[in-house]
Design a binder for this molecule. Structure first.
Ligand SMILES: O=C(O)[C@H]1NCC[C@@H]1O
Length: 223
């Protein structure tokens, strides 16, 4: 079977809109110890005191409307959005202690998501840009980021269970849809199960092998 045939077969078998379910909590600092305090004030270098939300949807993000920085997620220069988001990330990392009930390994801020501020339910798409890891910009509205954003919207009473919202990347215009489907708990935190859907495309394949003589074929530990 040629490579293109294989790819075609895989495409035919691939689910186009399979939703991904995540358990997601609106989170806050360990020290405050309550379930509902999404508003966290941090001192952001160059911008002063800014109120952000911190949410978890597979990773922790800080969420803040871009207009707090005089920016627009859809029309401002990406460089300016990245600089503002990175300043927020630095501030939160330095000033907020995160806690994850399942594992402290998960208790770190992965990035900042600047939004258009349209968190109340609407049929219209709401835009955001995710600046994560080492100031990378996501090409999508961000699965984990949208999950956390829906959790925050739900816990703020801005959306109801099973109200589907559409999320748009301010950078590429790509779309995800998502909804909160069930209340749950995560450790001591009130949480919500979220479904996110989007379109994915194959962009390549890889085939890995190991040879018996390879003394590292089973992997290795770093000392
Ligand atoms: O969509 C996601 O959740 C991933 N994309 C970039 C940040 C996350 O790793």
């Amino acid at each position: 079977m040629g490579a293109s045939q294989e790819a075609t077969q895989r495409q035919a078998a691939a689910p186009k809109h399979a939703p991904v379910r995540c358990c997601s909590a609106s989170e806050e600092t360990l020290s405050c110890g309550s379930h509902h305090r999404p508003d966290v004030i941090v001192d952001v270098l160059g911008f002063g005191k800014i109120k952000v939300d911190i949410g978890y949807g597979g990773a922790f993000y800080a969420y803040v409307s871009a207009n707090k920085f005089g920016l627009d997620v859809c029309s401002s220069k990406t460089r300016d959005l990245v600089d503002a988001a990175s300043a927020v990330t630095e501030a939160v990392k330095a000033q907020v202690k995160l806690h994850h009930p399942d594992s402290e390994d998960l208790a770190f801020l992965y990035g900042t998501i600047l939004t258009d501020g349209n968190d109340a339910f609407s049929e219209e798409p709401t835009a955001n840009i995710c600046v994560f890891a080492d100031a990378q910009v996501d090409r999508s509205p961000t699965g984990s980021g949208v999950t956390g954003r829906i959790a925050l919207q739900y816990h703020k009473g801005l959306i109801q269970l099973n109200q589907t919202r559409t999320f748009k990347s301010g950078t590429t215009d790509s779309l995800f849809t998502g909804k909160a489907v069930k209340e749950t708990i995560c450790g001591d935190f009130k949480a919500v199960t979220v479904e996110v859907s989007g379109q994915a495309y194959y962009t390549g394949t890889a085939h890995f092998v190991f040879e018996n003589e390879d003394m590292l074929k089973n992997g290795f530990f770093l000392k």
